[in-house]
Design a protein around this ligand. Structure first.
Ligand code: AMP
Length: 298
């Protein structure tokens, strides 16, 4: 496995690796991350390994996707451990550019997806998705992958990137991968290390709220979007420390909010999404509604 820090070297190395598999067109799979790797990231590397000939993992804490009062400086970093994780997953190249390598001069170009980004995380983190789509475009241009692997943990990010790829005819297939959770239900996140022991325990209200909402749909075909919103809020409200940013239900991937009276039974294009703060730590979680086997109502 090669650890590479410059764009020039990365392009050379990918070129060499492509030549080595000359007999056919080799598939380059890209896994973009901000590092401090956990099992969620490992699942993306695993999927990339299965679906690509050459796996490139990028580790870059991208300053332009953080707001001025966000955690760019304190974002957890552990390069040595990340490199070992990547090696264990069979990654071929780890790309760890510096901020200067990615943004050597004042840039004048931003890649921006419009309406999908004005809601959910986009509403509370202005500019965040412009930072994401700009850096992901740069990574796509640098690596030129045939496939790129993203976690559904960031479901809005998946929708936004797929829209960008469609709109700009980028020749890359976006592969969404399922959310990996701790045994007790907490979705893995690099930011979980910020949580105090007490908040870590209380953070279980997110996954519990999503499960409770799914159960309500399983039990009654009459469950409406308003019911789901209420159930989500009630469950999160069980933690006195939780401050809700949003608890929403919308179509996926259009992210169109559902009207309160809309029934959700029988639809499999519905996403319930949460963002909740515990102190300074903002956690997100979501679930695609499973098409329900209704028990009490036919
Ligand atoms: P990050 O390093 O947090 O920017 O995440 C890099 C990639 O890993 C993104 O595509 C995330 O959606 C994905 N990811 C983060 N946490 C998880 C998780 N718990 N399960 C699956 N994918 C995840």
């Amino acid at each position: 496995m090669k650890v590479i820090r410059t764009i020039t070297e990365l392009r050379q190395e990918i070129g060499l690796k492509r030549q080595a598999t000359q007999s056919r067109e080799s598939i380059v799979g890209l896994v973009p991350t901000m590092g401090y790797l956990h099992e969620g990231h490992a699942s993306l590397m695993h999927a990339a390994k299965q679906q690509s000939d050459i796996v490139v993992l990028s580790i870059f804490v991208n300053p332009i996707q953080f707001g001025p009062n966000e955690d760019f400086d304190s974002y957890p970093r552990d390069e040595a451990r990340d490199v070992e994780t990547a090696r264990a997953q069979g990654v071929d190249i780890v790309f760890i550019p510096s901020v200067e390598e990615m943004y050597p001069q004042q840039t004048q170009t931003t890649v921006s997806v419009s309406s999908l980004t004005d809601r959910l995380c986009g509403a509370s983190r202005p500019g965040h998705f412009d930072g994401v789509t700009t850096v992901v475009s740069k990574l796509f241009n640098i690596v030129q992958p045939q496939r790129a692997f993203f976690g559904m943990k960031d479901a809005q990010q998946v929708a936004v990137i797929q829209q960008m790829v469609n709109d700009l005819n980028m020749p890359v297939e976006i592969v969404p991968c399922p959310i990996v959770r701790e045994q007790d239900g907490l979705a893995l996140s690099s930011r979980n290390v910020y949580l105090s022991a007490e908040d870590r325990q209380e953070a279980l209200v997110l996954s519990k709220a999503l499960r409770a909402a799914q159960e309500a749909v399983d039990i009654s075909a009459d469950t409406t979007a308003a019911d789901i919103r209420r159930i989500l809020r009630e469950n999160i409200g069980r933690s006195s420390r939780a401050v809700i940013d949003y608890a929403e239900i919308q179509a996926f991937p259009s992210l169109e909010p559902l009207a309160d009276q809309e029934k959700v039974h029988g639809r499999d294009d519905i996403l319930m999404a949460l963002a909740v703060k515990f102190g300074k730590t903002r956690l997100i979680d979501n679930t695609r509604l499973q098409r329900a086997e209704v028990l009490s109502h036919v």
